[in-house]
Design a binder for this molecule. Structure first.
Ligand SMILES: [Mn+2]
Length: 323
């Protein structure tokens, strides 16, 4: 395991040092690493006396809005201006940012995702980083920018959320050292965690309760099938947005190896999300129905009754988890 991530390429650093006007962006459906990396990067550029505007395609989710300077993000489907460079954080390809016109300017690609397509004029991709925020931290050090409480807050947010609160892979002594430096510079771990995580709406909690209560179990409790209709979500005071992350919850049960979640998208028309642990391949199942994804996370459509869909996916997932 490496304990030190790579350093930014010299040409990338020079492009930043020599430039005056920048856009900074990240991926659609922004998460803590996307916002933390982008805003920390922009704040650091401004500390160097440069102009830096964060541009994104949509307003960030409510639990990210209280973080410093998030209200200054320019929300737009496209940009016309040319700038000296666009810093693209956390995007394995440029289309993922959802803002058109950024490729009018030189692109600086900073990412830690496998499968990055090296679409930038300058590319810095390091899969050993636990968060893109780790790379941004290294970049800020290389630029000689001192951590302010606001920059530290965003870098800590990026690291905290992309590591699943220090639970996932790629955690190294370096991750903790950087988090420690954020706290020393004024990031408040309790405020950041509470603001990000304790943000559920009442409707979301009620929807989780109702869907989990109706969960069907198969294969000796190793396969779980969930479902919800638009009417149900509405009756509980929410929308499908409130089901974000719900599918991962059954996997916190030790014995459950695979989960399917049906969401009604029309009469006899369902969106099916699949999740699994270990080698249980949900991607191969999704592919049979014209969908796709990875081994542990995939999705597809189902045309037919809910009952028939539940039976079909219960059988396929039971086969997948094995006897
Ligand atoms: Mn990330």
């Amino acid at each position: 395991m490496t304990t030190t991530a790579s350093n930014p390429p010299a040409a990338l650093l020079a492009a930043i040092r020599d430039g005056q006007r920048f856009f900074v962006t990240s991926h659609q459906r922004a998460d803590g690493d996307a916002i933390g990396s982008a805003v920390a990067g922009a704040l650091a550029l401004r500390a160097l006396g440069k102009q830096a505007t964060v541009v994104m395609d949509a307003v960030p989710p409510s639990f990210l809005q209280p973080f410093p300077d998030v209200d200054a993000i320019r929300i737009t489907p496209s940009v016309d201006e040319r700038v000296n460079a666009v810093l693209v954080m956390e995007c394995s390809n440029l289309a993922r940012c959802g803002v058109a016109g950024l490729d009018r300017s030189p692109v600086i690609n900073i990412d830690h995702h496998p499968g990055n397509t090296f679409y930038g004029t300058h590319n810095w991709v390091d899969e050993t980083a636990a968060a893109c925020g780790e790379l941004v931290f290294t970049l800020i050090d290389a630029l000689g920018v001192a951590l302010t409480p606001d920059i530290a807050t965003h870098l800590y947010l990026a690291i905290l959320t992309d590591t699943g609160s220090f639970r996932f892979s790629h955690l190294t002594p370096r991750t903790y050292a950087l988090a420690g430096r954020c706290v020393a510079a004024g990031a408040d771990p309790q405020w950041i965690a509470r603001t990000h995580y304790d943000s559920n709406s009442l409707a979301r909690v009620r929807i989780f309760g109702a869907v989990l209560n109706d969960m069907q179990m198969h294969a000796d409790n190793r396969v779980a099938i969930l479902s919800i209709t638009g009417d149900q979500a509405q009756r509980l005071g929410g929308t499908y947005d409130d089901t974000e992350g719900l599918i991962n919850f059954p996997l916190t049960v030790k014995d459950i190896q695979a989960v399917a979640f049906f969401k009604e998208s029309g009469p006899d028309d369902w969106r099916v999300s699949l999740r699994s642990k270990g080698a249980v391949d949900t991607g191969a199942i999704a592919k049979q129905f014209g969908g796709g994804g990875h081994v542990n996370a995939s999705g597809c459509g189902w045309q037919g009754s809910l009952e028939a869909g539940q039976a079909t996916f219960a059988r396929l997932l039971t086969d997948a988890v094995g006897r």
